[in-house]
Unconditional design. Structure first.
Lengths: 253, 197
C-alpha cells in the first residue's frame, strides 16, 4: 500500500479532513487544503512582518527582499494601471504574495499545493474580475461598457469587435484560473511521475538502479523548473490582475 | 459561490472514501486515474470548504497586509527617500554656502588689493610731493646763496676796482716822484682816471 501510494501521482491532490465541520448542510471541514492556506498566510505574513521589524534605513537582506517585492509590485501596478491604480495596491500585493507563497510551499515534499485546486484559483480570478466589474461600474457607470467598443474602430466593425471583446472579457476568469491551476497541477504530476520512476526502477535492482539515475536527474531539473514556474505564475497572475484593473480604471483604452 | 452547483451537477455524488481507494493503478497512466476515480481538484465535495477557508485566510491576509505590513513597508521606503532627499538638500545648501563664502573671500581679497594699491599710490604721491618741496627749498636756498655770492663778488669787484684806481695813482705818484722828484697829485689822478676810463 505504501509503495503503491508513492507512485500515485494524484495522491498529493487529495483533500483530507483534519477537523470535520458541517454548517447548514455544507461540509466546511478544516482540511489539509485549509491547513496550507493558513500556513501560506502565516509564512507570508511572518516574512513581511519579521523582515521589516528592524525598520533599518540601510536594509538587511531580509528587509531588502521584502522591500524588493513591495516595490516590484508597486512598479508593476503603476506601469500598467497608472498612479490611480495604486488604490488596488494592497489587493494586488496580497494576491501576489498569497499565490507566490502557496506555489513555493507546494514544492516541499508532503506539502499540499493550495493553488493546484481549480476552485481556489477560480475563486481568486472571480475575485479579480468581480473587483474590476464592481469598481468599473461604480466609477464609470454605463461608460464602463466602452471597454467592449474600443475607440478607433470603424462603425461597421463595432458589433463584431464588441462580441469578441465580451467573449474575451468573460473568458478572463477562466484563463486566469486555469493557467495557474494547470501549471501547478501539471508540474506536480510530472515531478511525481519522474520520482515514481526512480522508485520502480530502483526496486528492480542492478540495471534498474543504474537506470534510475536518469529520472533522478530529471526530477532535480524539473524541481528547479518548478521553482521558476511557481514564481513566474505568481508574477503572471499579478500582472494580468494589474492589466484587468487598468480596464476598470480606464475603460476607453 | 455560483460555481459549486454547476460542478456538482457535472459529477455524480461520490463519497470521499471511494475516491481515495479507486486509484492505485500505475505511474505511466495518470489520465486513466483521472477518468476512473474522481480527480480531486474536480471533486465538488471539497469546494465549499475550500471556498470558505480561502475567504477566511485570504481575507485575513489582505487585512494584515493593508493594516500592518504595507504601511510599515511604505514607511520604511518613504523614510529612506525622505532621508536621501533631505541629505541632498543639505548638501546643496552647504555647497551654496561654500560658494557664497568663496565669493565673499574673493571680493574681500579684491578690495584689499585695491586698498593696498591706493595706499601705495598715496604714499608714492606724498613722497614725490615731499621730494619736490625739498628740492624747491634747496633750489631757492641755492639761488639765494648764488645771488648773495654774486652780489658779494660784485661788491668785492667794485671795491677792488676802486682800489685799483688808488693803487695806480699811488704807484704812478711814486714812480713820478722817483723820476722827477715831485708829483702833482691832482694831475696823476686825472691821468689815471682817463686811462682807466
Amino acid at each position: 500500500m505504501a509503495a503503491a501510494d508513492k507512485v500515485d501521482p494524484i495522491h498529493q491532490f487529495h483533500i483530507n479532513k483534519i477537523v470535520p465541520i458541517e454548517i447548514g448542510g455544507y461540509d466546511l471541514s478544516f482540511t489539509n487544503s485549509s491547513l496550507f492556506m493558513v500556513v501560506t498566510v502565516v509564512v507570508a505574513s511572518a516574512f513581511l512582518y519579521l523582515a521589516t521589524s528592524g525598520r533599518h534605513l540601510v536594509p538587511t537582506r531580509w528587509q531588502s527582499s521584502a522591500e524588493l517585492t513591495y516595490e516590484f509590485i508597486a512598479n508593476m501596478l503603476k506601469d500598467s494601471a497608472g498612479s490611480q491604480g495604486m488604490r488596488f495596491f494592497p489587493f494586488v500585493f496580497s494576491l501576489f504574495m498569497f499565490v507566490l507563497v502557496a506555489n513555493l510551499l507546494g514544492l516541499f515534499p508532503y506539502f499540499f499545493t493550495v493553488t493546484s485546486h481549480i476552485i481556489v484559483t477560480f475563486a481568486l480570478s472571480v475575485l479579480v474580475i468581480g473587483v474590476v466589474l464592481v469598481y468599473g461600474l461604480a466609477k464609470h457607470g454605463l461608460g464602463f461598457f466602452k471597454l467592449f467598443a474600443p475607440s478607433g474602430v470603424p462603425a461597421i466593425l463595432i458589433p463584431l469587435v464588441a462580441i469578441i471583446e465580451v467573449v474575451s472579457f468573460l473568458s478572463r476568469p477562466v484563463s486566469l484560473s486555469v493557467r495557474l491551476f494547470a501549471n501547478m497541477l501539471a508540474g506536480h504530476i510530472t515531478l511525481k511521475v519522474f520520482a515514481g520512476f526512480i522508485v520502480s526502477l530502483g526496486a528492480l535492482g542492478g540495471v534498474g538502479v543504474a537506470g534510475a539515475v536518469l529520472p533522478l536527474i530529471m526530477t532535480v531539473a524539473i524541481t528547479g523548473l518548478e521553482v521558476l514556474v511557481a514564481c513566474l505564475q505568481a508574477y503572471v497572475f499579478a500582472i494580468l490582475t494589474c492589466m484587468y484593473l487598468n480596464d476598470a480604471l480606464h475603460p476607453g483604452h | 459561490m455560483f460555481v459549486t452547483p454547476a460542478y456538482g451537477q457535472e459529477t455524480a455524488p461520490a463519497d470521499q472514501g471511494a475516491t481515495e481507494t479507486g486509484i492505485v493503478i500505475g505511474t505511466e497512466v495518470p489520465h486513466e486515474a483521472v477518468e476512473e476515480g474522481l480527480f480531486p481538484p474536480f471533486n465538488p465535495e471539497s469546494f465549499a470548504s475550500q471556498l470558505v477557508w480561502l475567504a477566511i485566510t485570504f481575507g485575513l491576509f489582505y487585512l494584515f497586509l493593508k493594516r500592518v505590513a504595507m504601511p510599515r513597508l511604505a514607511g520604511i521606503v518613504e523614510t529612506r527617500s525622505g532621508k536621501i532627499a533631505g541629505d541632498l538638500d543639505q548638501a546643496a545648501r552647504l555647497k551654496e554656502e561654500a560658494d557664497a563664502a568663496v565669493a565673499a573671500y574673493e571680493q574681500e581679497l579684491a578690495q584689499a588689493r585695491a586698498g593696498a594699491m591706493a595706499i601705495g599710490q598715496k604714499a608714492r604721491e606724498a613722497a614725490e610731493a615731499e621730494a619736490d618741496a625739498a628740492r624747491k627749498k634747496v633750489e631757492t636756498e641755492l639761488d639765494r646763496k648764488l645771488a648773495e655770492a654774486e652780489a658779494h663778488i660784485t661788491s668785492i669787484k667794485s671795491s677792488a676796482m676802486k682800489d685799483v684806481g688808488t693803487i695806480a695813482e699811488s704807484t704812478a705818484s711814486a714812480i713820478i716822484e722817483q723820476l722827477v722828484g715831485k708829483a702833482d697829485k691832482a694831475g696823476v689822478a686825472s691821468a689815471v682816471k682817463s686811462v682807466a676810463g
